[in-house]
Design a protein around this ligand. Structure first.
Ligand SMILES: NC(=O)c1ccc[n+]([C@@H]2O[C@H](COP(=O)([O-])OP(=O)(O)OC[C@H]3O[C@@H](n4cnc5c(N)ncnc54)[C@H](O)[C@@H]3O)[C@@H](O)[C@H]2O)c1
Length: 329
């Protein structure tokens, strides 16, 4: 039997570009809506020090691949190391063969931003030229990069609870994109009020929204990325109630979409809005933005098929290019 290909973080970095990841995410999201994916919601084991083990399994039937992301969501001490230790084992469904084990950290960052980019391409106005990033960490920077890929972005506004992080993001991005204007903002309101696209990439673990509906201009598109549990949110109910809401997977958002669930629990909205899966829009079975004034939200909680699709894309390319190490497990 063929040995297992081990692909480490640096090797993933050589292969996993945003440009390659966006089409892989499009295919995965379309497969979700065509029901060509078997997928379970994330399960987690919490520990006293805050480190939680998360498992996210999915099978992509058309690719003959199954697997799971196993990753540590770090508690406060572990978070200081600024890495998320994780792996993705990939098996062939047809033979049961363990074909690869792929590092998961970079995949988590890039697949999330690539998914938002694909949603943005489908939903944001074509002439969107300004982006606001709330939360200037790993996801914030990755989202700024992917938004520049899919829309003619001239200005990016960064904000963070810790202003020095927004400043650092501006410095880092200015070197990479000298033609784009990067502005560090002292408040979230200042960052978003002129933005055509807003990405919320804060921890999203509290009831206090970082983004309020009254600050958002007509026609804006929002990628809501940070709040991935029912107990925390980034958006307020006013924003939810005046927008059209799209999701990565309705089932996961109904369990973990704190932006909606918490706003409902707090009485800021009366009912769950109609949720449209972005895969349906990409497949052409649902409509997207209805007019230039409409506010659109892509509610992303992060789903396992994105990880499996990204890991499988990396595996196929690594095999082709002779990257990685074969081991007998
Ligand atoms: N939807 C998905 O698929 C998906 C995938 C990966 C990560 N996430 C979520 O995205 C969020 C960001 O992840 P990351 O890897 O960029 O983390 P990170 O720690 O690198 O960045 C978070 C940033 O938010 C800032 N911040 C902290 N509290 C804040 C507050 N109250 N207001 C504003 N800014 C604040 C921090 O200073 C930091 O710069 C996390 O909640 C994570 O769970 C979602």
């Amino acid at each position: 039997m063929e040995k297992t290909l081990i692909i480490n973080r640096d090797q993933c970095r050589q292969i996993l570009t945003v440009q390659r990841c966006i089409p892989a995410m499009e295919k995965a999201l379309k497969s979700v809506s065509r029901q060509q994916v078997k997928m379970l919601q994330r399960v987690m084991i919490g520990h006293d020090n805050g480190n939680s083990l998360a498992a996210m399994p999915a099978s992509e039937l058309s690719r003959d691949v199954t697997g799971a992301k196993l990753i540590i969501f770090p508690g406060p001490e572990t978070a200081k190391a600024k890495t998320n230790q994780g792996i993705i084992p990939l098996f062939e469904i047809s033979t049961g063969r363990l074909k690869a084990i792929v590092d998961a950290e970079l995949i988590t960052v890039i697949r999330t931003a690539a998914t938002s980019a694909r949603a943005t391409k489908a939903l944001a106005k074509a002439d969107s030229s300004t982006v606001a990033i709330l939360g200037s960490g790993k996801q914030g920077i990755a989202h700024a990069k992917t938004m520049i890929e899919v829309r003619p972005i001239k200005t990016v506004y960064f904000w963070d609870l810790y202003l020095q992080r927004a400043r650092q993001a501006c410095r880092q991005m200015s070197q990479l994109y000298p033609d784009v204007n990067f502005v560090c903002c002292e408040t979230a309101k200042k960052a978003v009020e002129n933005a055509d696209i807003i990405c919320t990439t804060t921890p999203g673990k509290t009831q206090e929204p970082v983004l309020k509906g009254r600050w958002v201009k007509a026609g804006a598109h929002i990628n809501a990325v940070g709040a991935c549990s029912a107990n925390g949110r980034e958006l307020d109910g006013e924003l939810i109630s005046k927008a059209k809401v799209f999701t990565d997977w309705n089932e996961a958002v109904m369990r973990d979409g704190g932006d909606i669930l918490l706003s409902l629990k707090l009485g800021e909205i009366d009912t769950v809005p109609q949720l449209v899966q972005i895969g349906d829009v990409l497949n052409g079975t649902s409509g997207g933005r209805q007019n230039e004034e409409q506010i659109t939200i892509f509610e992303s909680v992060g789903i396992s098929v994105e990880d499996i699709a990204a890991a499988d894309m990396i595996y196929n390319r690594a095999k082709e290019k002779g990257i990685g190490t074969y081991l007998e497990i």
